[in-house]
Write a protein that binds this ligand. Structure first.
Ligand SMILES: [Zn+2]
Length: 186
């Protein structure tokens, strides 16, 4: 496995529509393993192949372990994912993106989605996800279509920058809310 470099927002490859994966085999498995390693190394909770410069429809996700959610604390690899059902109920949540470091924003997403995909070995899978995992899937599938989370933001106050704290620096005031402070990029 290897850590791949992550592309940043001005890279035109992040704006292209990725192509369906047609070849299953060791190269695809190696790419998925590299993406998982890259996501974990960057403290992210999701990563789409275009973010590492591969214009194929593949995403990985892993939301932090939470006792109340059996889908948390697990690695997901979805090939050619498609949202086949989504709740009409939308919820607001804070998102960051490994391709847009230090920027965060409030984005409305469906509370739950049903995603149809293939495993890395080409086996059909269907996942009903809610909450944070549903948000990550929606964010990553957007990446496969050349869409970034900032595209969903319509009010300037819903997008802000949080620069990392310097070593030994004192925090002057707490972040707006705990939820905003813990948003992990995807
Ligand atoms: Zn992202």
């Amino acid at each position: 496995m290897a850590i791949r470099s992550i592309l940043y927002a001005d890279d035109p490859r992040l704006r292209q529509k990725a192509k369906p994966v047609r070849q299953f085999g060791p190269a695809l498995k190696a790419l998925a393993d590299d993406m998982l390693e890259t996501m974990h190394a960057a403290n992210g909770i999701g990563l789409a192949a275009p973010q590492v410069g591969v214009l194929q429809r593949l995403l990985v996700a892993h939301v932090p372990k939470n006792e109340n959610d059996s889908q948390s604390g697990k690695d997901f690899v979805l090939v050619n994912p498609q949202i086949v059902q989504a709740s009409s109920e939308k919820v607001e949540g804070v998102e960051g993106c490994l391709s847009i470091p230090t920027w965060y924003g409030r984005v409305l997403r469906s509370e739950w989605v049903v995603v149809k995909a293939l495993s890395v070995y080409g086996k059909p899978i269907r996942i009903r996800a809610h909450g944070l995992l549903a948000r990550v899937f929606q964010h990553e599938i957007d990446h496969l279509n050349g869409i970034l989370f900032v595209d969903h933001i319509t009010k300037p106050e819903d997008l802000w920058q949080e620069l990392p704290q310097e070593e030994g620096e004192e925090v002057e005031e707490p972040a707006a809310s705990a939820a905003e402070a813990v948003a992990q990029p995807v």
